[in-house]
Design a protein around this ligand. Structure first.
Ligand code: GLC
Length: 553
């Protein structure tokens, strides 16, 4: 049995069940208690006999089936799952993508597709793409590459970043980096892209959040507190947080974003307050809260985070949530309401509700819609945002269950023949022209516009395990196993059912490979979930009953 895992589970349950409001009053005590849990050695745990992994997973899975983190992939450790031949193949493919800097592994390139003529920027290490690779390595007991990556990207954060004559914020993390090897001089140099060479010249808001979330995953998985505690990492976190917690003209706690600032890195009508970024933001804030030190600088950020988390969860749980009942409420909205008594606070005009949503919305189930801002609700479904909302406990347990209900009820639309659409539905015709700016890569049911991305399999699996529905993940993995390897691990699939390999999809796309491995490992050993999941905070306000009643049906 792997005692390190038990340690990390115990600390999740006991340390992260934090009550934000109490943390504000008595921050020192709480944090110190948390730290002492994390620091508790495996030896202490064994001596005290405290092997209880106090959380919801132990009711579903017995410890006896857990596989050691140090097992090699496809090892013959007894477990109820037969190793699929694709697993060994995926590991081999993943290892081929490893990038070395001065002899040290520092990341994985986005795609290792030799058949493709244009490399574009797929030979770079993307921060967001590396995340599932990092999880795969951590779950397999290979933390070194993850640590090196965290340190290298932190170093890149310190660079001065400019787009033309404009200087970017200090905390911006790169979208990607590349190692340039000079064979004559025998030197390695790093080149990073902070948005200055990206299409649309957009800085990646998601990179810093993924970085913080990965730092916590690394800490949880290895028990190595020294990295997160180091002055460099503490400063790196503060710089990222300073960017997104700064005061401005905002009237909402959500983070204002431009199009193309995340995984969907082209114009797709994501601008405003996209759920993808809000869920990442929320999760990164919660992760930072578990790692920030209580020194003078850290304390200030902890206070700001706690306040923001309260407001953010309230806002998103209330205004982004859509189920049958709420759709009916919006459908009957009156407009032009002023003052505090307004029901339709953002003045959403019911005529702007798209036709498809009325059929799509099941009687049972719900989800967080894509975007909410004045007079604008983007009703599209986004997979990453909804799965991360479950993992971070931005969604209440009832909302999480409802999201899974919706996924089951709308399996054909959201999954079809391959998991999982990045967004649903596709924008077509006039709307596509206006919203995407006639983007030929984002035609209907392709790429970011209703395309299917196998990388989302790990997010779906994690959400399934967290909500106690591993059978849904198994169904999705079965679908992936029918095609992924045969199709050479495409970046994305096209079509309403996700049946066709994407028009311009790379083959051997690293995060498609890593996403599959992570999904498999998590299903096999659900205790891995602790790295990327946070339990619900008891004190976070629940949305008013009048709107939440339908979640419990
Ligand atoms: C594409 C995707 C982006 C990804 C990159 C590398 O640009 O839109 O999300 O990070 O490829 O795979």
């Amino acid at each position: 049995m792997d005692l390190r895992k038990v340690d990390s589970l115990a600390s999740i349950a006991e340390a992260e069940d934090l009550d934000f409001s109490r943390l504000l009053d008595r921050p020192r005590l709480k944090i110190e208690r948390k730290r002492s849990f994390d620091e508790r050695s495996v030896g202490e745990l064994t001596v005290s006999g405290n092997l209880r992994q106090v959380d919801s997973y132990d009711s579903m899975y017995s410890l006896g089936t857990m596989r050691s983190v140090l097992d090699t992939p496809g090892s013959s450790a007894p477990n109820p799952f037969d190793p699929h031949p694709m697993v060994a193949e995926a590991w081999e493919a993943l290892r081929r993508t490893i990038v070395f800097f001065r002899g040290q592994p520092v990341g994985t390139i986005a795609a290792y597709d030799h058949a493709s003529e244009e490399v574009l920027n797929y030979d770079q290490v993307f921060v967001r793409d590396f995340f599932p690779s990092a999880l795969a390595f951590l779950m397999n007991g290979e933390p070194e590459i993850v640590k090196n990556f965290l340190v290298k990207t932190l170093h890149l954060q310190g660079w001065e970043k400019r787009i033309d004559r404009f200087k970017l914020g200090e905390g911006v993390m790169p979208a990607s980096f590349k190692v340039k090897h000079d064979p004559t001089r025998q030197t390695d140099n790093l080149i990073a892209d902070f948005g200055e060479s990206a299409i649309g010249r957009v800085a990646p808001i998601d990179s810093g959040f993924w970085w913080i979330i990965l730092l916590r995953a690394y800490t949880k998985s290895t028990g190595d507190l020294a990295l997160a505690d180091s002055a460099e990492c503490q400063k790196g976190m503060r710089l990222i947080l300073a960017l997104c917690l700064s005061e401005g003209f905002d009237t909402f706690p959500t983070l204002l974003c431009t199009d193309g600032c995340s995984m969907i890195d082209r114009r797709m009508g994501i601008y405003g307050y996209p759920i993808e970024i809000q869920a990442l933001f929320f999760m990164a804030l919660r992760c930072a809260l578990t790692m920030l030190k209580q020194d003078t600088e850290g304390k200030e950020f902890i206070d700001r985070i706690v306040k923001r988390l309260h407001a953010l969860s309230y806002h998103i749980r209330n205004y982004f949530w859509l189920d049958f009942q709420q759709l009916n409420v919006i459908y009957r909205y009156k407009t032009e309401e002023y003052s505090h008594t307004a029901v339709n606070k953002f003045n959403v005009i019911p005529d702007s509700i798209p036709d498809w949503i009325f059929d799509f919305m099941p009687t049972r189930g719900g989800y967080f819609i894509g975007n909410v801002s004045p007079a604008r609700m983007d009703f599209r479904w986004f997979s990453l945002g909804n799965c991360l909302a479950i993992l971070s406990s931005l969604a209440t347990p009832e909302q999480s269950a409802a999201i899974m209900d919706l996924l089951e009820a709308r399996w054909e639309e959201l999954v079809g023949e391959m998991p999982l659409k990045v967004a649903y539905p596709a924008l077509e015709s006039h709307e596509w022209r206006i919203v995407t700016g006639c983007d030929p890569k984002n035609t209907r049911w392709s790429y970011h516009n209703g395309g299917t991305w196998p990388v989302t399999l790990w997010l779906l699996t994690a959400a399934c395990i967290k909500t106690g529905r591993p059978q849904i993940a198994r169904r999705a993995i079965d679908l992936a196993e029918n095609r992924l390897s045969k199709d050479s691990w495409p970046e994305y699939y096209d079509g309403k059912l996700g049946r066709y390999i994407g028009k311009q999809a790379r083959k051997f796309q690293t995060w498609s490979i890593a996403g599959y491995l992570v999904a498999k490992m998590m299903l096999e050993d659900p205790s891995h979930l602790g790295m990327i999941s946070l339990e619900e905070d008891k004190a976070m306000m629940r949305p008013p009953i009048k709107r939440s009643a339908s979640w419990t049906i």
